[in-house]
Design a protein around this ligand. Structure first.
Ligand code: HEM
Length: 467
């Protein structure tokens, strides 16, 4: 019997809508929902794709019927090549076990210890800036969040020759992500043994990354006392100390996959959130002035601490609104239906792919008036509470919701407060700043910004240690 499908863009006979999708993925999806409604069907070559564009349907896919889906094969193929079977790419019982084992590392008490590290590194980055100089803010933010994730994940400073180690890991990760982005563009990923230039680059980078990670893990095991590794305060210690119901620890391979996953998922996302925040602030002097007022009133020249965050609500609203307009994870990993699934009055046949896109949800006028305008006032607690769940969803939802959500929000708020206390950032280029939808939503060519010291600037201090 013919499948009854929701309507959607027709596309061409062979490629379906692949070319239109590739031209501008986020807006292709957004316009499709606006034109065809809450559930859209289209084909990307031979991939039967359903896009959900209503908060209730998002809930169906991620929560109510979440167990009828798994991560799509293409995502597992591409990301799995360097993240192995880590939290982002695994499924089913294995994912459940790993998530339970990793959860204690993200306990609020634990991550709160990282607040000082975050502020210290922001100061360290600013120490390299000169008043009035132009920097590529995307590079600066990427470097900053990379330093923070290396420190909080595996205490990079403590590793002998840590400067080189951190650079080697960062370079390897950069190459791995670049190759993965190109695979997504192509829409397929050749097996690793096929000797293409990209495969060679990926295999080399993966080997480098794995070698460093293995060294770190072996080093930790060697210093264990009575089989118990020492808790050095970082996330890796916690992952190594965690046991499942059977009393089993993660083995070295699992640890490596999880560390790679946290490293990859945990810095480019936050860095993009901040880059877009600086860009938006520079274009909205009224918002910038209100931010400065809040920082000066609450901190009065002090470095921000964890305890200050509840008293800086406007800073938080700015970050939330920037992530609404430019959600770093503009689309969740595709979901493959494991069985026929009834959603929104249609049956999504087994094997089809379902897309959920924070970018689409965040720009729907039903939930956000003037959806393209930057208005942090939307995120006062009262207004935010009135939004339907899943109309705003930068961290996804359900059992696969971002495990680093609280970490990322604390980091973004602290970095914004620390830097905005000292510098104003102004756009220093006449060219427009388009986005590029890669694994994350990045400013395509970076953003040149002039850093100008504020009169009320605090002098940066730096002492890097866990609290
Ligand atoms: C602003 C920053 C961030 C954003 C916007 C973000 C967004 C997301 C989203 C949307 C997902 C769900 C993906 C899906 O359902 O397909 C996710 C998952 C994940 N994120 Fe984040 N993330 C951020 C920061 C972080 C940080 C700082 C970490 C760790 C240190 C992290 C680690 C992870 C992991 C491990 C997963 C997979 C969770 C699972 O499936 O169990 N993320 N993130």
């Amino acid at each position: 019997m013919a499948v009854k499908r929701p309507s959607g863009p027709q596309g061409s006979l062979i490629l379906g809508s692949a070319n239109q999708f590739r031209d501008d993925e986020p807006n292709f999806l957004l316009e499709s929902v606006k034109k065809y409604g809450d559930l859209v069907y289209f084909r990307l070559a031979n991939m039967h794709t359903y896009l959900v564009g209503h908060p209730d349907l998002v809930r169906e896919v991620l929560v109510t019927q979440g167990d009828k889906f798994e991560k799509a094969r293409l995502d597992k193929q591409i990301l799995g090549k360097f993240l192995g079977n880590g939290l982002l790419t695994s499924d089913g019982d294995f994912h459940k076990r790993q998530r339970r084992l990793a959860q204690p590392a993200f306990h609020s008490k634990r991550i709160q210890n990282y607040a000082e590290v975050m502020v210290d590194y922001a100061n360290k980055i600013m120490a390299g800036w000169k008043d009035g100089a132009v920097v590529d803010i995307t590079e600066e933010m990427m470097h900053l969040t990379m330093l923070i994730v290396s420190k909080t994940l595996f205490d990079a400073d403590a590793i002998t020759g840590s400067g080189d180690t951190a650079v080697a890991i960062a370079n390897a990760m950069h190459d791995l992500q670049a190759v993965s982005n190109r695979d997504y563009q192509r829409g397929f990923s050749l097996p690793s043994w096929v000797p293409t230039a990209d495969n060679r680059l990926r295999n080399k980078a993966a080997a480098q990354f794995n070698q460093v990670m293995d060294q770190i893990i072996v080093g930790r095991r060697q210093t264990a006392v009575n089989g118990q590794v020492e808790d050095t305060g970082d996330l890796l210690s916690m992952l190594m100390l965690s046991v499942d119901e059977e009393g089993e620890f993660m083995n070295d391979r699992q640890l490596r996959d999880e560390v790679a996953t946290l490293f990859a998922a945990g810095h480019e996302t936050t860095s993009n959130a901040l880059s877009w925040t600086w860009f938006l602030l520079a274009q909205h002097p009224d918002v910038e002035a209100a931010l400065h007022e809040e920082l000066d009133r609450v901190l009065a020249g002090r470095q921000p601490t964890l305890a200050d965050l509840p008293n800086l609500p406007y800073s938080l609203q700015i970050i939330k609104e920037a992530m609404r307009l430019y959600p770093p994870a503009w689309i969740l990993n595709g979901r493959t239906a494991l069985t026929d699934v009834a959603i929104g009055g249609y049956t999504i046949p087994k094997g089809s792919t379902v897309f959920v896109s924070p970018y689409v949800m965040h720009r729907l006028p039903q939930y956000f008036d003037e959806p393209d305008a930057f208005k942090p006032e939307r995120f006062t607690p009262e207004i935010e509470k009135s939004l339907p769940k899943f109309a705003y969803m930068p961290f996804g939802g359900g059992t696969r919701v971002c495990i680093g959500n609280a970490f990322a929000m604390m980091e973004a708020q602290l970095l914004l407060a620390t830097i905005a206390q000292t510098y104003r950032l102004a756009v220093a280029q006449s060219e427009p700043v388009p986005y590029k939808a890669q694994i994350t939503l990045i400013p395509e060519n970076g953003i040149q910004m002039r850093v100008v010291m504020r009169e009320t600037a605090v002098s940066p201090t730096s002492e890097l240690a866990f609290a």
